[in-house]
Ligand binder design. Structure first.
Ligand SMILES: Nc1ncnc2c1ncn2[C@@H]1O[C@H](COP(=O)(O)OP(=O)(O)OP(=O)(O)O)[C@@H](O)[C@H]1O
Length: 508
């Protein structure tokens, strides 16, 4: 006779409305076995956090039930859920920076003897919990020195120390750089051995396939798919998330984008300029706009300067259209087809005392191979080209460019490279200090340049701008590239968190 085991966890028939808004409608999920890693997917607003809120005692459902090992339970608050072994690991880390990693694991529960806190035994206990996650982190490390993934590992260890057997993680990797995310996923993987269940929200298909046994996809508050992850294709799951019509539309869009991209125009590997940036690797295709995100001081501006030959590098390789390229000075870069828009338009972007026409024709007089003074008879052609490419409104092209509005000055600063036919555009803060209208026009101008085959590498401190205009975004921190996201798949919060979290120094 076979005995059938009850599923570890069942949430079923869950309804939750906020006023007229139905957040969950007959939603649920089932964790079949101990040690299961279960992903929860779905578009923004599909109800994932609400469902996990119900499970962790933070949200009271209008209807629905929770069964643990087949027995019905109900939670009035998070403490009830924790008492039943269900623990939400918050992403807004609740770590006390002035305590050690170990003290944070055992927060408020350090081991005591009759003489007081037993520090050495507490360190050993904390080390044990960290060890269950495969982490060799020293419990005596000050918490403020921990990387973002290590902070989450400390929080998970804390949950284990509270006897959690079902852990809930809401987008645990969204704020992590790639290597940190890998470290966290490995820690989650370790928990299988302990029969601890992990329920995690993720928008990233590769990590779902890498570690999830099963996945539940929500759409508009209801279950659109639930079952094994590995037997499904990414396309099937995305269709479950978005619905057939929207998924087809998205596929069409991404197809047109892929075909638009040409060969690699700019390739950089292991590029280093001490004190400025280290080991930079990147590539930009013809037709592609790649963004550089990161806080001030992350190394974005310095990298662009080096690619244009105004800042020396000590190591690494650059190739342009497949040929090795050494940017000894700006002239060499210009001759290779590279353009550079500096962040300070008035100092380096333009010669303010010179006319619009003079500025527009300047690139032709700079490159060695192209040395020529724009002939008067070319002036009409030049200004016509500039106006066509940038939609510049200029009444007096012979007047000093400094008399134009900021937005128009920026168009001249950028347009001078476009009329010269440069095909690799390095742009630092291309819309700094211009108004909203000019900003949108400059974005359209970049798109048009890329559609014309230019390879664009654009650095901006405005992540919204990068998400609006780029195909891919590289995030820089600590003078390195720490993450890469596709602009279509990333959220503002994610890029912002990646830039911010990336500044923590690694400790091991
Ligand atoms: N406290 C609340 N009051 C009102 N509406 C809410 C509340 N919490 C959630 N909602 C709404 O319920 C719906 C589901 O939200 P929920 O946060 O569960 O989605 P989600 O799938 O987790 O989204 P995301 O991927 O953006 O985190 C959304 O329309 C949201 O605006």
């Amino acid at each position: 006779m076979t005995t059938t085991r009850n599923p570890v966890l069942q949430l079923q028939g869950v309804h939750k409305s906020y006023g007229n808004l139905v957040a969950l409608s007959d939603a649920g999920l089932t964790v079949t076995a101990p040690g299961e890693v279960h992903a929860l997917g779905g578009e923004n607003g599909s109800g994932k956090s609400t469902l996990l809120g119900v499970l962790s005692g933070q949200t009271r459902p209008d209807k629905g039930e929770i069964l643990l090992d087949g027995r019905r339970v109900s939670f009035r608050n998070p403490a009830d859920a924790i008492a039943h072994g269900i623990c939400m690991v918050s992403q807004e880390t609740s770590i006390a920076p002035d305590l050690t990693a170990g003290e944070n694991v055992l927060l408020g529960r350090l081991e005591r003897r009759w003489w007081g806190v037993d520090r050495s035994s507490s360190v050993d206990t904390a080390r044990g919990y960290l060890g269950r996650l495969g982490s060799r982190l020293d419990p005596r490390t000050p918490a403020r020195e921990l990387r973002a993934d290590q902070l989450q590992i400390v929080e998970i260890a804390r949950a284990l120390s509270m006897n959690a057997r079902i852990l809930i993680l809401d987008e645990p990797t969204s704020s992590l750089a790639a290597d940190e995310a890998d470290a966290l996923l490995e820690a989650i993987d370790e928990l299988r051995r302990d029969d601890v269940v992990v329920l995690f929200v993720s928008h990233r298909m590769p990590e779902v396939f890498a570690i999830a046994d099963r996945i539940t996809v929500l759409r508009d508050g209801s279950v659109a798919y639930t079952g094994p992850a590995e037997t499904q294709s990414a396309e099937t799951l995305v269709t479950a998330m978005l619905g057939e019509a929207k998924a087809a539309h998205d596929r069409e869009l991404s197809d047109t984008r892929t075909t638009r991209l040409g060969d690699v125009a700019l390739e950089v590997s292991d590029l280093t300029a001490p004190g400025a940036f280290e080991d930079i690797g990147l590539s930009v295709r013809h037709g592609e706009i790649v963004g550089l995100a990161g806080l001030e001081g992350a190394g974005r501006s310095e990298l662009l300067e080096s690619l244009f030959g105004v800042r020396p590098v000590t190591g690494g390789r650059i190739s342009v259209d497949g040929r090795a390229f050494t940017p000894r000075n700006p002239r060499a870069a210009i001759d290779a087809g590279v353009a550079y828009l500096p962040p300070d338009r008035k100092e380096r972007g333009l010669v303010l005392s010179m006319s619009t026409l003079g500025n527009a024709g300047m690139v032709g007089t700079l490159g060695r191979k192209r040395w020529r003074r724009p002939a008067v008879r070319h002036e009409q052609g030049l200004i016509g080209d500039l106006v066509r490419r940038t939609r510049l409104r200029v009444k007096a092209p012979h007047e000093p460019v400094g008399t134009l509005s900021g937005g128009n000055q920026q168009k001249v600063s950028l347009g001078k490279w476009l009329v010269a036919g440069q095909h690799i555009l390095l742009l630092d803060e291309p819309t700094r200090g211009v108004d909203v209208g000019a900003k949108m026009e400059i974005h359209a101008l970049l798109r048009a340049a890329a559609d014309d085959g230019a390879a664009v590498l654009v650095s901006s401190s405005e992540n919204e701008e990068l998400l609006a205009v780029c195909d891919r975004i590289l995030v820089m921190a600590r003078r390195r590239v720490v993450a890469e996201v596709s602009a279509a798949g990333a959220t503002l919060g994610e890029v912002t968190r990646l830039s911010r979290e990336g500044v923590h120094e690694p400790v091991d």
